[in-house]
Design a protein. Sequence first.
Length: 539
Amino acid sequence: MLETRKKSVALPLNYRPRADLPEFTLPEVLPVDPATLTALLIASVSAKVASDEHITYLYEQIALMRRRLFGPSAESANQGRLFDEAEVLAATSTGAQDVAPLPAQACAPQTKARGKRGPLPTELERVEIIHDVPEAERICDCGTPMVVINRVVSEQLDIIPMQVRVLQHIRLVYGCQNSEHAPITAALPPQPLPKSNASPGLLAMLLTTKYVDGLPLARFEKVLARHDVTVPRQTLARWVIGAGGALQPLHNLMRDALFEAPFIHMDETVVQVLKEKGKSPTSQSYMWVQTGGPPGKPVVIYDYDPSRSGEVPARLLLGYQGYLMTDGYEGYNKLAKTEGVEHLVCWAHVRRKFVETVKVQPKGTHGHADQAVAMIGKLYCVEREHKDSPLEVRYAARQEKSVPVLNELHDWMEKLLPMVPPKSALGAALSYMRDYWGKLVRYPERGDLPIDNNRCENAIRPFVVGRKAWLFSDTPAGASASAIIYSLVETAKANGVEPYTWLRHVLEHLPAAQTADEMDKLLPWNFHAATLTGTRFAE
């Protein structure tokens, strides 16, 4: 016997059914069979749970998007406390995910003591300006002329604005008085751009303002115009591309030094190139960045490529043997599977996902994400305490302190994963950590391996800052030249060398360098020795 029922449900006007959820409708004729009724009820509950999880996921995404748009950017408010524990939140907990106890703080925050103004650099030129007492006041009340017994010195920083001048190269011509032989003309020293009127000093300033200071060529054109010099930005662009080609040998030598390192960091960021063949002007291309280098020779290498495929890092690091530190991007998998390459994954990316989860928690609550941030903070605390320790001491500390924390974190993750919806912010953070766990726990194997990829991200930051000003590259040739020049200036900075001074030195001497040894002397870690000895290849 069947029993008929009519179901009438009032839906909101903006209701739209979701295509990815199982559709469940109560039939017009409802069977009274208990098993069938139970199955229908289970399907209804499952659909409701899936719907609730999706709504929670959407709420979390909205909250994160609002923070990205209107909140402080990229943890800037706490940038100075990157390795500290999570802030202590109220221990009130009501939700299913807010059941973890408040962890003890791993290490105390380090506050920077406020100091006095430091002295000005001693290597700067000093210009003495003497202030004398008026002659009428140099007579003592007793009638005796006063004499100088001391000097009170105070210092101010002063800047002389950029000076634009013209270098006249006068080549003397010698001829025979009897006109029996052809005249002899003095040779012009090799130039970085032989067919241009740009001196090495001008090129060095042009590259420094664009790639160190982030000044677009259009603005540098106006800087020159203020000094009554007219140089179109198209000419400046040709000079930049030409300088990139002239500096290519140093880029190759720095890559050779990079491969000597026991480990390499690698990351990528987007760049827009307007005239890339086969791509629309609004499409994205990529700058691939690698950092590393042997002890005492830090190297930063940029490479431009229109693709983000896994073929690119495999080609750029062809022949490399050692450890590779990256984020979780799957494009590195092909390179990571190469024989002799050991893959490490960045802990900072894992921490960042849990930090985002903390942001979408209700205010005043302490959840599992806070506990994860606290445990990861213990790992970073070990790294901070032994940052300057010998490698064997750091290795022992990692084995003694970091490995137990990693084991604790793994047990906590395995216990929590089945209870957390995978699409939630917490579920996504846990899944990311689980997927890369085997590569996250390898850094304690040695004392010199990095815990994260922050070194590479810091090397990318100057490019990102400059990109906000100049926005895009016009051609692939310009993007490739930018990759070479960014490599040189960032490597110089990593070696403590002032970029403009070094670039000027390189552009003056590189055209005369004929051998690899002569070019090697121009690399940033050899710069001081070269300048002290006054080495010149053209003499």
